[in-house]
Design a protein around this ligand. Sequence first.
Ligand code: NAD
Length: 425
Amino acid sequence: MNRREFVQAATGAASGLLILQPRTVFGFDANSAVRHGLLGCGNRGTHVATSFSQNTTAQVVALADLFHDQLEAGQAHFNQVNAGLGRATIDNSLLFHGPHAFEQLAASSAVDLIQISTPPFFHVQHLAAAVDAGKHVYCEKPVGIDVAQARHALEIAKRVKPSQSVDVGFQCRNAPPIAAIGEKIQSGALGKVASVSGYYYAPASVEKVVSGASAEEHRLRNWLWDRALSGDILVEQNIHIIDLCNWMLGAHPLKATASGGRNVLTHQGNCWDNYQVDFTYPGDVRLSFSSTQFGSYGLFEAGLRLFGADGAATVPYAGPVQIVGSQAWSWTESMNTSAAQGKFAANGGFGDNLAFADRDKERTFIDSIVSGKMHNQIAAGVETALSCMLGRMAGYQQREVTWEQLLAHGETYKLGMDLAEFSSR
Ligand SMILES: NC(=O)c1ccc[n+]([C@@H]2O[C@H](COP(=O)([O-])OP(=O)(O)OC[C@H]3O[C@@H](n4cnc5c(N)ncnc54)[C@H](O)[C@@H]3O)[C@@H](O)[C@H]2O)c1
């Protein structure tokens, strides 16, 4: 533990949480814990819910998943996590399975917070159920994979009550080095920003093979390969960098041109394996964005660089986070870490600059609930999702697309399968 982690752990400074007695912090007093229900017991969902358990007062009390094997694995994992923290095992009545599991979880009075970690196609449907049931919600990005879902999410945002807190899983904003440089950029450390370059180079996802699976089940298990289920790599994965750019510039792009395609991947699915997008932001600020998602040779790099009249900023997932120019600055702790590539983690559990992103995001969210200073991040999440859809539409249609044209187009993706067929899986 370095000095900063120690200070944060000792004082709760990252979260602003009050220092509670250990019995309360670790949930022996059931009334003090935020009762946490995980919807989607997969890779990311399990990672984030475990991190909530280890770093906040949230306690996993319920699990839901479309597939029985996933639910069972989640049950075994969280019973172990709970045991390690001196907490009760998950009651069998709070294990929900099948296509209606999300509604059953939402209807449960034993749950305060629902974490939505299902494939992107389902996020908005699941968000509606959780918000309308009055739960606090932690919803993974993207908030919607098409314009129709984005519009629906904005309607849901209006129904969030003052007693509810809703966060969207853009944890990179909370990574301490990125939060620090973001603040400097927003307060003008670069002078007038002229242009930005962003990149996201990731390996291919590994195929999930389940015995006895139908073609549709295989498609659903490998949702990352599928445009309707994931939104394509720009909307599903690259979104973190576009989100950082929007946040640092304080705006969304006004138009985009793009190219890309599927040059290497040959497996089932229709997502592209590379994108090159030119976004134009207000003030004629340009973001040149490039991404790849293929190969198994260990390349994983993501980040952005912002170029201003008085300085330039470098914001990588791994390596030095710094500003050169009249207000030169650097995050010294990251200078001590390896400037080599960050370790790829499909569950978002990165090392290097993102090492504490999840922890600090989760603490801030739970703090909003405990303090009563609720969040409603749905509209901001939608704005970033639409920004990515803008680039995707420009690429698919091979023409310049404006924000207004995107909204007017109203593209709608269809799932093309009935989840009822998985009721017995
Ligand atoms: N913030 C990040 O850095 C980050 C990183 C990785 C993934 N994610 C996001 O997390 C989400 C989950 O990704 P993952 O990698 O864990 O996927 P995964 O396939 O490992 O897990 C998804 C889980 O949802 C279940 N599921 C599928 N459809 C369902 C439905 N209709 N109802 C209930 N359960 C259903 C699956 O059975 C599976 O257990 C995605 O939205 C992804 O974009 C975010």
